[in-house]
Ligand binder design. Sequence first.
Ligand SMILES: [Fe+2]
Ligand SMILES: [Fe+2]
Length: 379
Amino acid sequence: MAYDVDENANRFSNYFHVLRELVHLTAGHLALESRFEVKALLGDHLHDDARAVTKIRRRLYELRHPSDYPGAPSDELAELLDRANTDTHTYLEIAYGELKPTLIQAIRIHLEHLEPLIDEPSLRLLTQLLHRQERHITELPAGREHAVFDDLGALPVRLRDSRSLRVMPPLEQPARDAFIEVTEHGDPYLTTDLYINGDENHVPTEPEEQKHFFHGLMDAELCAAELMARNSHEHPDMPWDFHVDMARQVWDEIRHAEIHDRLMATELDCHWGDFPIGFAYFKSIYALDLLGRLALFNGTSEQKAMWRHSHRRKVLVELGQEKVARVFDYLLADEVPHVHNGVRWGTHLLGGDEQAYRDKVRELREGLDRTGMPVQSSA
Ligand SMILES: [Fe+2]
Ligand SMILES: [Fe+2]
């Protein structure tokens, strides 16, 4: 028996609640997962799941607008989602051992029973969703995967209710692999002339300085991913597109870290963990409210990095270091939408006034030194 439109919308509502909670909680835990490989997979899956929520919202709109879907989850689903609000280790076991397998089982049932011609939009969406969720639990196996409900899609939905998302306590600092040495000032080899714009900028061109530079850059990418993830997690009431933009940037920054990790191993003869790292810059940004983080990180740090990436690329091309130069070419391209995330959501926070956002950026920049560090905290 194929589903009628109401049953179909009910099923999508349940998927919505599972995936939205996964996005919210993965964004909260990403910084607390110490293993680089796992952190990288979480960033990739976060981006997949955020886009899946967008598509499910769209399908619900098509099927049921203007009724009250997605509503709130039933008591039994709410109980499972509440249980997922826990420490990082247990969360990953529940996310990959219970939530995703439960979702996968329901999608399989859905695909078996839907009518492919009259409900082709759902068929397309669910086929892609199933493929991606299967990839997720293969890449990050929990070891004891099982579906919690026989059919998640058949659970009732409370149409006139909504579920609010719980926000975790503030971060102390991000977690790194146990073999990483974290110190107050990070790698002493990294000098300020690497991070200033203009004539005095120094481009690392020698093997020894490139080792340190890319190692520091890999950590900076992880910090960027973690900041964007926490921006999303800590502001669940922002419009959904904000969470999609943050998820996309998380994935970009994670990919950048993976690029540097590979470059170090293949070209520079060094590895993640060879040098110390520090969290002073991360902490200076994380201490700000969302508008301040967007203005100083996306609107200033990333905006100024664009000039340096372009400059570094030019110098390295002239020296014939094509492989290293190409990394900066792509970093530069990815930075453009990251800066725009600052403009888009900073403007949103200021009631749609883009000039007010630009004024805010200018005002906050006055408190920075030439490398972009807040003056009071850089002794
Ligand atoms: Fe980046
Ligand atoms: Fe970026």
